[in-house]
Design a protein around this ligand. Structure first.
Ligand code: NDP
Ligand code: GDR
Length: 326
């Protein structure tokens, strides 16, 4: 039975990945930070078979302890300060966790592997946010990186450090450059979930309006369940490499609002949506659209959930949660 260690197990992707790996017969371990993290209960509820270990990406010794306790065949480094807007006001902690945390995890894996550098395969959660200022459309593995946020800069560091460890030490290290992926498990601070929760509340008469930031930004949104499958496929290849995972379609925040409101029978949402500078960013990534042809050709990976279906899934989920609580 192969063994996997996941950082960021309490997050959206960590839970989907744990479910996927358990379904494939893996023994799954996760690293959870903090002395009394309430999300331990969430992991215990969703994936009770997972064994949790205390650790923090900023603490190398805790990562080394987790490596030696679990002896993993595969490590998925999903842990990060992941909210881009937060990263401007918290640039240092974002750098420490999202950037230097990758170096710590790579170093823990390298030291554990000793004279057999491919003993443990490593996945780094890189991001389309690294592309930042648009240089090329669609964006692919070779597109020039021009990050526009402290989060994006930290991810670029982690991305190149992963490539550097692969090239310097011969490690089986892969970097997945994933475009936005969402689900009913998405954190409420991200735009899709913020909209799905608010639209569900508005539909049930529990709220009048939603206040948003930039409605013109465009994102390439897919379903998180599809993207964790791509992560796993990367680590099943004979050697580590870098791959874009994306749908190849882009939509604006306005289109997201159109589809979500229309799903609950509201065609004109103009008086339901306000805008506030507090949700605008000091620098915006205007348009993301990914070219996942390398992942399609080499991994046989394809997204299965379209944008309308994804938005409907999230609104329906939030409606059912609210109805059940009534
Ligand atoms: P989430 O924000 O849902 O999860 C982030 C995880 O990181 C949480 O489990 C969190 O733990 C953990 N974490 C935060 N700080 C630390 C720390 N100091 N030490 C250890 N763990 C920590 O993110 P997603 O699941 O959406 O994303 C997973 C990864 O993929 C992230 O690295 C993200 O940046 C990246 N990514 C995500 C994309 C997306 O669209 N979802 C696209 C591209 C990349 P806690 O619960 O304790 O806060
Ligand atoms: P993003 O996701 O920054 O792309 O990072 P987010 O959902 O936060 O923003 C997407 C776009 O929506 C615009 N926007 C708003 N965003 C939020 N959160 N709240 C609002 O009210 C709002 N109004 C407009 C934003 O300006 C932006 O253009 C996500 C994270 O998961 C990262 O960790 C990951 O690396 C990238 O996706 C790929």
């Amino acid at each position: 039975m192969p063994t996997a260690l996941i950082t960021g197990i309490t997050g959206q992707d960590g839970l989907y990945l744990a479910e996927l790996l358990l379904g494939k017969g893996y023994e799954v371990h996760g690293i959870v930070r903090g002395q009394n993290n309430p999300k331990r209960d969430l992991v215990a509820e969703v994936v009770p078979e997972v064994t949790l270990h205390t650790g923090d990406l900023t603490d190398l010794s805790s990562l080394m302890r987790a490596m030696s306790a679990t002896q993993p065949d595969e490590v998925y480094n999903l842990g990060a300060v992941s909210f881009v807007a937060y990263s401007w006001d918290n640039a240092r902690v974002t750098t420490d966790v999202t950037g230097n945390g990758v170096l710590n995890m790579l170093e823990a894996v390298r030291l554990f592997c000793g004279s057999d550098p491919t003993r443990t395969r490593f996945y780094q959660a890189s991001s389309s946010e690294m592309f930042g200022k648009v240089q090329e459309v669609p964006q692919r593995e070779t597109t020039l990186l021009w990050p526009r946020s402290p989060y994006g800069v930290a991810k670029v560091f982690g991305h190149y450090m992963t490539i550097n460890y692969r090239e310097s030490y011969g490690m089986h290290a892969s970097s997945g450059i994933l475009f936005n992926h969402e689900s009913p498990r998405r954190g409420p601070e991200f735009v899709t979930r913020k909209v799905s929760m608010a639209v569900a509340r508005i539909a049930l008469g529990l709220q009048d309006r939603i206040v948003m930031g930039n409605l013109d930004a465009q994102r390439d949104w897919g379903f998180a369940g599809d993207y964790v499958e791509g992560m796993w496929r990367m680590l099943q290849q004979p050697a580590g490499d870098d791959y874009v995972l994306a749908t190849g379609e882009t939509h604006s925040i306005r289109e997201l609002l159109d589809i979500a409101f229309s799903h609950v029978g509201i065609e004109d949402w103009s008086d339901r949506v306000g805008q506030d500078p507090r949700f605008m960013r000091p620098a915006e990534v205007d348009q993301l659209i990914g070219d996942a042809s390398k992942a399609r050709d080499r991994l046989g990976w394809r997204p299965t959930v379209g944008f309308d279906e994804l938005v409907h899934m999230m609104v329906d989920h939030d409606l059912s949660v609210l109805r059940a609580a009534r």
